[in-house]
Structure formats: structure tokens, C-alpha cells
Ligand binder design. Structure first.
Ligand code: GLU
Length: 497
């Protein structure tokens, strides 16, 4: 069998959306499963909307997910260049070929004229398409219009009879009525090729064996197949991936969560969790297994496992998966990903000394079991980094506003301040020792202490977390909570709107 070659062909006109990342991932997984090649090709034929920032965002997004490419704009390859705006002469040649064979023609209709005619078709209930006005202009007529310097585009003359069948590896055979296709533009008035022309030429020249792309392009495929036939190209295999919907089964939008892939990084998703999550949208490994590492995904991935019906983007599931990954992940690795998030929040310094880094790894190790997003370190885990954290209402009502608590916190502060060492054992004996001396259960000291030091009633082992907070800070926090309690400032706060 010929080599499997797939491609991701983004248009750099904005951020990398989760839908684009999903397409890239599937094309990449298929290539890797088959031992083939994955090509990155930049489709910037929309010259007005394409930007370098967007291209940079695409690179960032793919790299974040650890999707690598064998050929692409930055690394070159046997079919370079891989940016369409650098391939204009190639497209021109093929457009020339179609003009010569009579399969393409100049169209002088203005945008206003086209819109007017489309309006009429819509009003008559006919699906709008090009009506063929310029299809058969005489040579004389064309020369006259050219002499007048009337702008024109170039259209492809479609075969209007019969049907074009797309044999799709996901959807099976899908038949399109050629009469509905309409002659489409292959070269714009600006002289730039359109997406339709460029994608067909490049998939051929780059020897793409499998065109794996989003379902929205299925309707373009019969036009592409006709173009391939006219140019004498073979037809690649097609696999159109299902739509991605929100949990309410409407089109994915901001309401369902961020649509920009990198927002997930910023919220603290691990790339491996996001990759796993995206892979499970519209694809199933055929087993119950939901947590698949990179190697397992590559091994299990087949196009047969891709579903025809829409995939659901379920943020709850993504968050759950991320929590599972956090539990398993190595604390050093999590710390690498967490550092920029904490830095952005101003919770750690620009440069961590080796000792601070070691401390941060220890914080991560203690917390990772209970977090689902890296952002949880900024919210729940805030007390590791600053004294400036809120006391939640449970901490207030269950402990901090109780009459006997301020005195206990002050006594504890005193004992803590006098400890000779600052480690788990010393901390534990100070707390238990105070409880014994007061003749109360240890819980009656442990819980208020946790509330004072963290602002919360739940969290990791109190003795272990205290060890990771400087002793002076602990003393300050115990005294502060005591004072606020005495001053009647520990009443519950009104629920937030
Ligand atoms: N540039 C197209 C897009 O971003 C690619 C479509 C295709 O894969 O053929 O939608």
C-alpha cells in the first residue's frame, strides 16, 4: 500500500479553535497509527484575513498538544513551500491549464450583480448558485471587456449532469446532484487562487493519501472531485469528521466553554488531558477505557472508530479527565506547567531559586490529588503563596466565629512561635500538645487552625501543609484570625450574586 500521508491545512485567520485542534489531532493520530507522514500546510489564500499572529498561534497550539509534523512551513520538506501564498505560480499554472482545456472561464459579473441574482433565486426557493451568465461569452466579448479593464475572476465549469459520489471513510457513499454545484470561483479578482483550487492542487502535489477534515467541508468535496478529474489528478480517500456540539446539542460556542484551544492551557488543563479529551469527541477506542495516553491513542486510533453522529464537547468530562491526569502526573511536570500560571497571577517570583522550586514541587505533590485544574492552585491553594486569601463561609461559621476559638488560636500561635524546628512532627506535637493541655479533642484545635491558616475547612493534611508555609506567616495568620474573630469580623459573608 502506498504511504499514508495526511495533512492539517489551517487558514491562519484567528486563534486555533478546539474544532481545528480536533481535526489536526485526528489527521495526526491516523498518520502515526499507520506509520505515515503528517504534513502541516498553511492555507492563507484569504489574503485579507490571514495574519502572522494567527500562524504563530497555530504552531503554539499544535506544539502544546505535542502534535508534530514531518513536513511544514518551518521545517520544509520535499514539497516545499508549505504556505500557499508562496505557491502562487504553481496555482497559476493549473488555472492556465484549465483555461486552455476550456474547463475554466473568465467571469465579469460584479459582486452586486451576483448578489442580486442570488436574491432572486432565494426568493424563488432555488438554492443560490452561479447562474452561468459568463459561461459562454464569445472571444470578442471577452476581449472588449478586458480592454475596458473590467475586473474578472475565473470560474470552473462544472459538469452539470449526473451525480458526484463522495466515498467517505466515515460517512460512506454520499451522492451530490451535479446540477446543484454551480460554477465556482478558482481565481479571485485579486489574482489569488481560492481555497477550492489551492486545496486540490496541493493535496495532489503533496501526495496526500487521506484528506481528513471537518464535516463542514463535505459539501465542497464534489466540487473538489470534479476539479481533480479535470486536472487529471487521482482522488484521495476522504474522511469527514463529525461536527462538534455542546452538551445541549447546539453548535459549539463560548456558552459551552472556551473555543480557543489555548484558553484551556491558561485555565490549567494539562496538554495530555486535553489531547485525550479531544480524541474522545466523535471517536471511540471500542473499549470502555477513557484514559488513554499518547501511545495508547496512537495504537487504538482507526477511522472505523470515528462516528457519523456529532461529537459532544462536555467541559465537565474534560475537567474530570484533567483531574485524573493531575493525580497520575509527576509533580515536576505539573510544576513546569503551573509556574507560568502562578507567575501571571503574581503569586511567585519571576525566577525561582532551586530551593523555591523544590518547595513548589512539594506544594504540588501535596495538592495534586485534590485538584482538577491547575487553576485550582490559584484559588483553593492560594494560601501557599500569600496571606491574602479569603475565609470561606464554612470556615467562618463552623470555627472562626466561635467564642472559644480566638483564645485557642492565640495560644497556638505562641507555641508555634517557640518551636525549635519547623517540620511535620514538631507542628503536630504543638497542636496535639495544646489540645491535651486544654483537655479538648485534637480536632478542636486542628479545625480552627486549618480555618485560620488556609481560610478553608478542607484540604490536604494540615501538618504537611503547614510545614510548607513559613512559620512566621503561620503565626501571623493565627493571630489575625483570632483578632478578627474577637472583633466580630468572622460572621458569614452574604452569598455572591
Ligand atoms: N483551510 C481549510 C480550513 O481551515 C482546510 C480545509 C481542508 O482541510 O480541506 O477550513
Amino acid at each position: 500500500m502506498a504511504e499514508v500521508r495526511t495533512r492539517f491545512a489551517p487558514s491562519p485567520t484567528g486563534a486555533l479553535h478546539v474544532g481545528g485542534a480536533h481535526t489536526a489531532l485526528f489527521a495526526w493520530l491516523f498518520a502515526r497509527h499507520e506509520g505515515g507522514k503528517f504534513i502541516l500546510r498553511v492555507e492563507d489564500t484569504d489574503e485579507l484575513r490571514s495574519t502572522d499572529e494567527s500562524l504563530a498561534a497555530i504552531y503554539d497550539g499544535l506544539r502544546w498538544l505535542e502534535i508534530d509534523w514531518d513536513e511544514g512551513p518551518d521545517i520544509g520538506g520535499p514539497h516545499a513551500p508549505y504556505i500557499q501564498s508562496e505557491r502562487l505560480d504553481i496555482y497559476e499554472r493549473y488555472i492556465g491549464q484549465l483555461m486552455e482545456s476550456g474547463r475554466a472561464y473568465r467571469c465579469f459579473c460584479t459582486p452586486e450583480e451576483l448578489e442580486e441574482r442570488r436574491e432572486i433565486m432565494r426568493a424563488r426557493g432555488i438554492p443560490p448558485r452561479y447562474d452561468g451568465t459568463c459561461r459562454d461569452l464569445s472571444e470578442d466579448e471577452q476581449q472588449r471587456l478586458l480592454a475596458e479593464e473590467k475586473p474578472y475572476c475565473i470560474r470552473f465549469r462544472v459538469r452539470e449532469t449526473g451525480t458526484t459520489v463522495v466515498d467517505d471513510l466515515v460517512r460512506g457513499e454520499v451522492s451530490f446532484d451535479n446540477a446543484l454545484l454551480g460554477d465556482f470561483v478558482i481565481q479571485k479578482t485579486s489574482g489569488y487562487p481560492t481555497y477550492h483550487l489551492a486545496v486540490v492542487v496541493d493535496d495532489h502535489l503533496m501526495q496526500i493519501s487521506h484528506v481528513i477534515r471537518a464535516e463542514e467541508h463535505l459539501a465542497n468535496t464534489p466540487s473538489h472531485i470534479q476539479l481533480m478529474d479535470a486536472l487529471g489528478f487521482g482522488v484521495p480517500q476522504f474522511a469527514h469528521l463529525p461536527l462538534i456540539l455542546g452538551t445541549d446539542r447546539s453548535k459549539l460556542s463560548k456558552r459551552h466553554g472556551a473555543v480557543n484551544l489555548m484558553d484551556y492551557r491558561d485555565q490549567g488543563f494539562l496538554p495530555e488531558a486535553m489531547r485525550n479529551f479531544l480524541a474522545l469527541i466523535g471517536w471511540s477506542p471500542g473499549t470502555e477505557q477513557e484514559i488513554l495516553n499518547l501511545q495508547e491513542l496512537i495504537e487504538a486510533f482507526t477511522l472505523e472508530g470515528v462516528s457519523k453522529s456529532p461529537g459532544i464537547f462536555d467541559l465537565e468530562k474534560a475537567t474530570w479527565l484533567n483531574g485524573e491526569y493531575l493525580k497520575q502526573a509527576d509533580a515536576e511536570h505539573i510544576t513546569d506547567l503551573l509556574e507560568p500560571i502562578l507567575r501571571r497571577e503574581g503569586l511567585i517570583e519571576e525566577q525561582l531559586s532551586p530551593a523555591r522550586r523544590e518547595w513548589l514541587v512539594a506544594v504540588v505533590d501535596l495538592m495534586k490529588e485534590r485538584t482538577r485544574l491547575l487553576r485550582d492552585f490559584v484559588t483553593w491553594g492560594r494560601y501557599f503563596f500569600t496571606d491574602d486569601f479569603p475565609y470561606d463561609n464554612r470556615a467562618r461559621t463552623k470555627w472562626l466565629r466561635r467564642e472559644e476559638v480566638p483564645e485557642r488560636l492565640d495560644m497556638l500561635a505562641e507555641r508555634v512561635a517557640e518551636l525549635e524546628t519547623w517540620d511535620v512532627d514538631a507542628i503536630e506535637s504543638a497542636i496535639r500538645g495544646l489540645a491535651e493541655d486544654l483537655d479538648v479533642s485534637a480536632a478542636k484545635v486542628i479545625h480552627p487552625c486549618r480555618a485560620a491558616v488556609t481560610g478553608q475547612t478542607v484540604g490536604p493534611s494540615l501538618f504537611h501543609l503547614m510545614e510548607l508555609i513559613p512559620r512566621e506567616d503561620v503565626v501571623v495568620r493565627l493571630r489575625r484570625a483570632a483578632e478578627l474573630g474577637r472583633a466580630g469580623e468572622m460572621e458569614p459573608l452574604p452569598a455572591e450574586e
